[in-house]
Design a protein around this ligand. Structure first.
Ligand SMILES: NC(=O)c1ccc[n+]([C@@H]2O[C@H](COP(=O)([O-])OP(=O)(O)OC[C@H]3O[C@@H](n4cnc5c(N)ncnc54)[C@H](O)[C@@H]3O)[C@@H](O)[C@H]2O)c1
Length: 250
């Protein structure tokens, strides 16, 4: 966490905050004094994280327009403001182009891309109304910087998030609202639990050696960047992509 940066008085909403990177982000913002609203579809895990950090929990399926509107309205009613939105929730489903089904494509788009649109729209409206500015951090991926073999739908959504971030930054900048995207490399979470690196020592060592910083990422690596972008330490950064991948895509 950026040394000395305080988030006291700030209200932070994190999607997919029940585990993995979202959980690490929730803990980091709370440790800096922010009021943190954890949201997810994994209610038991989300309640536990929120309880441990002194925050609150809301069920929020990011693909639901009505749930977004209800959660943001509740946050504003309770706290009078929303300062930071972290659009972190996402799913990874793999398939090569010729095997991809329309059903799976639409599921990934609904959660990873439409979810970010609905979140930015709901939070953007609330932030403009409150008049305090704000910061929206969208979690893309290195799959939003290049084409990743076997992940057509996922890559499509992560490229979309990168582009949507830039449009939103241009439109919301005049309201003091910043919008940036974060592009993690391979981070050890539930999402990557099936990757060969997590089961095969040789494969893991090869990937680590191919990474300039010689290791895989952990959720806290991403949380540090998200915290920076959510805080005033990044007050002149907007519309940009921030890659956190140990130097793999340098
Ligand atoms: N782990 C990696 O290597 C990696 C790399 C690049 C990008 N990312 C991105 O980072 C973000 C966080 O992933 P993670 O690694 O912590 O994985 P994770 O699977 O541990 O966490 C994802 C969270 O999103 C939640 N979620 C899924 N669908 C949802 C929905 N419809 N509504 C609300 N919440 C939902 C899950 O319940 C879970 O808590 C994702 O956007 C992912 O695409 C991950």
């Amino acid at each position: 966490m950026t040394t000395g940066t305080t988030m006291h008085g700030r209200v932070v909403l994190i999607t997919g905050g029940a585990r993995g990177q979202g959980e690490a982000e929730a803990r980091m913002f709370a440790a800096a004094g922010a009021t943190v609203v954890v949201t997810d579809v994994l209610d038991d895990l989300g309640e536990r994280v929120a309880g441990e950090i002194g925050g609150s929990y809301h069920h929020l399926d990011v693909s639901s327009e009505s749930e977004w509107d209800a959660v943001v309205a509740d946050v504003v009613a309770r706290h009078g403001r929303l300062d930071v939105l972290v659009n972190n929730a996402g799913i990874l489903r793999g398939n090569q182009l010729v095997n991809e089904t329309l059903e799976q494509w639409e599921l990934v788009v609904r959660i990873n891309q439409t979810g970010v649109f609905l979140g930015m729209r709901a939070a953007g409206r609330a932030m403009i109304a409150a008049g305090n500015g704000g910061s929206i951090v969208n979690i893309s991926s290195v799959a939003g910087l290049e084409g990743v073999f076997g992940s057509l739908s996922y890559s499509a959504t992560k490229w979309a998030v990168r582009g949507m971030t830039k449009v939103a930054a241009k439109e919301l900048g005049r309201h003091g609202i910043r919008v940036n995207s974060v592009h993690p490399g391979i981070i050890v979470t539930e999402m990557t639990a099936h990757f060969p690196e997590m089961h095969d020592e040789d494969r893991r060592r090869r990937t680590e050696r191919a990474t300039p910083l010689q290791r895989l990422g952990v959720p806290e690596d991403i949380a540090e960047m998200v915290f920076f972008l959510g805080s005033d330490a990044s007050s002149y950064c907007t519309g940009q992509e921030f890659t956190v991948d140990g130097g793999m895509h340098s």
